[in-house]
Design a protein around this ligand. Structure first.
Ligand SMILES: Cc1cc2nc3c(=O)[nH]c(=O)nc-3n(C[C@H](O)[C@H](O)[C@H](O)COP(=O)(O)OP(=O)(O)OC[C@H]3O[C@@H](n4cnc5c(N)ncnc54)[C@H](O)[C@@H]3O)c2cc1C
Length: 391
C-alpha cells in the first residue's frame, strides 16, 4: 500500500507554519525588497529575526530537527520537508531558531558545552568550511594544511564560498593532517574560534546574500579542538553535506508554488488583443507544465525524506530530488517571469529576485553535474536498480 496521507500532526504543523508565513513573514516582503533595493541591507535585521524566532518559540517552534533531549522538536524528515516547503513560499529569509550543524553532535562533552549548546541557544554562530579556491566539486583536493606543534595544531590555507563565514563566531574547518593519506584518513575537522585569528572577507554574488572567503595564516588551535577523530574529517564532511539535501529542493518547491500562483493571477487579469492572456494556449502550457513539475518535485522530495525516516540509503533519492528541483525551479521562475512580460523583469515585483536566488540551487551542495554523476554511478555500478524505488 502506498499511503500519501499526512498524519494529523503533520497537517497541524504544516498549517501552523503556513499561517506563520502568511501573518508574520509575507507582510515584511515589501520592506525587505525596499531595503535591498536601496542598499540598506539584506533580508531581515538581526532584531527582526530574533523577535520572529522568539514568537515562534512561544508556540514551541524551536529546533525543528534538534533532538528532544537538546530542547528541540526532533521532527522527522518528511515533516521537516513540509515545513521547508511552507517557508519557501516567501522570499523573506527565515529559519526557526534552536538548531546546530548535525556534525556538532559528534563533539565531546566539553566541546558540546562550548560549541553545540551555545549554537542551539542562538548565542554562537558556526560556518562549515571545506571548499577552497582549488577544490569545490572535488573536495578531496583540499590543500589547507594543519601540522602538529606540541599540543597545538597550526592551520594554514584559504577557504572560499563559506556560507555565514563573515558572521560566524567559529568555523568547522577541514584541513589535511596527513598528506599521504589525504581524504582516506588524512583530513581532520577543527573547531576554530574567530579569536584564534582567521580573517574573513564577504564575496559579492548575484543573490541577496553572500558567502565569505576565510584565510588561515598560522592559526593555532589546541588538540582539544579536533572534532571527532584526527584523520576522520572527510567522513564528517560528507555527513554534513548529506544531512538533508532534500531540504534545498523543498524550499524551492514552496517558491515555485507561490510563483505559479502569481502567474495564474496575472494571466487571468492581464489583457492583450481584447482577451486575458490566460485564454492563450501558449500561456496555458506554461502554467500546465509548471504544475506538473511542481507535483513531480513534491513526490521526489517527500520520497527522499521518507527514505531518510525509514533508515534507507537515501543518497540516490536525494540526488534526484536536488537535481530535478534545481532544474525545474529555474525553468518555472523563468516561465513565470515570461508570463509577467516587462513587469516580470522589473524590480517592482520579486520575481527577478527569486530568479537570481534559485540559480544557486544548481551550484551549491553538489552541482547538477555532480548529482548526475552520483545518479549515473549508482546505476552503472549496480548500487541501485532501475525502477527499484518501491523495493
Ligand atoms: C553561495 C554559495 C554558498 C556556498 N556555501 C558553502 C559553504 O558553506 N561551505 C563550503 O564548504 N562550500 C560552500 N559553497 C561551495 C560550493 O559547494 C561549490 O561552489 C560547489 O561545490 C562547486 O564547486 P566549484 O565552485 O569549485 O566548481 P567546480 O568544482 O570548479 O566546477 C566547475 C564546473 O565543472 C563542473 N564539474 C566539476 N566536476 C565535474 C565532473 N566530474 N563531471 C562533470 N562536470 C564537473 C561543475 O558541475 C561546474 O559546472 C558555496 C557556494 C556558493 C556559490
Amino acid at each position: 500500500m502506498v499511503d500519501f496521507a499526512l498524519t494529523e500532526e503533520q497537517r497541524e504543523i504544516r498549517n501552523w507554519v503556513r499561517t506563520f508565513v502568511e501573518r508574520e513573514l509575507m507582510p515584511l516582503e515589501q520592506e525587505v525588497l525596499r531595503r535591498e533595493r536601496t542598499g540598506e541591507g539584506h533580508g531581515l535585521t538581526p532584531q527582526e529575526l530574533h523577535d520572529l524566532r522568539q514568537l515562534a518559540k512561544k508556540s514551541d517552534f524551536w529546533g525543528i530537527q534538534t533532538p528532544v533531549e537538546y530542547g528541540g522538536m526532533g521532527l522527522d524528515a518528511v515533516t521537516t520537508a513540509l515545513v521547508e516547503i511552507e517557508l519557501g513560499r516567501t522570499f523573506v529569509p527565515f529559519s526557526f531558531g534552536g538548531s546546530a550543524d548535525n556534525i556538532l553532535y559528534h563533539a565531546n562533552e566539553e566541546q558540546k558545552r562550548r560549541y553545540l549548546l551555545p549554537t542551539i541557544a542562538g548565542e554562537r554562530r558556526s560556518c562549515f568550511a571545506i571548499t577552497e579556491p582549488g577544490a569545490g566539486s572535488d573536495a578531496k583536493a583540499i590543500r589547507t594544511r594543519a601540522h602538529k606543534d606540541g599540543d597545538h595544531w597550526v592551520i594554514n590555507g584559504e577557504k572560499t564560498f563559506i556560507t555565514g563565514g563573515n558572521e560566524a563566531d567559529f568555523a568547522m574547518v577541514f584541513a589535511v593532517t596527513d598528506p599521504e593519506k589525504s581524504a582516506d584518513g588524512g583530513v581532520t575537522c577543527f573547531l576554530v574560534d574567530r579569536e584564534a585569528g582567521w580573517r574573513s572577507e564577504p564575496i559579492p554574488t548575484m543573490g541577496e546574500w553572500g558567502p565569505a572567503s576565510l584565510v588561515f595564516d598560522n592559526v593555532r588551535v589546541p588538540e582539544s579542538n579536533v572534532l571527532g577523530e584526527v584523520g576522520q574529517g572527510f567522513a564528517l564532511a560528507m555527513q554534513w553535506i548529506g544531512r538533508g539535501r532534500y531540504l534545498l529542493p523543498a524550499r524551492a518547491l514552496g517558491a515555485c508554488e507561490r510563483l505559479l500562483t502569481m502567474a495564474i493571477d496575472y494571466a487571468n487579469t492581464r489583457e492583450t488583443f481584447g482577451k486575458p492572456i490566460a485564454e492563450r494556449q501558449a500561456i496555458q502550457w506554461m502554467i500546465a507544465d509548471s504544475q506538473v513539475e511542481i507535483e513531480a518535485l513534491r513526490l521526489l522530495v517527500l520520497n527522499a525524506a521518507w527514505q531518510v525516516d525509514n533508515n534507507r540509503d537515501s543518497r540516490h533519492a536525494q540526488s534526484i530530488a536536488k537535481l530535478y528541483g534545481g532544474l525545474k525551479a529555474n525553468e518555472i521562475v523563468d516561465r513565470v517571469l515570461q508570463i509577467h512580460g516587462g513587469m516580470g523583469y522589473t524590480r517592482e515585483l520579486p520575481i527577478e529576485r527569486w530568479y537570481r536566488e534559485l540559480r544557486l540551487l544548481r551550484i551549491y551542495e553538489g552541482t547538477d553535474e555532480i548529482q548526475r554523476r552520483t545518479i549515473a554511478r549508482d546505476l552503472l555500478k549496480g548500487y541501485v536498480k532501475v525502477g527499484a524505488t518501491l523495493g
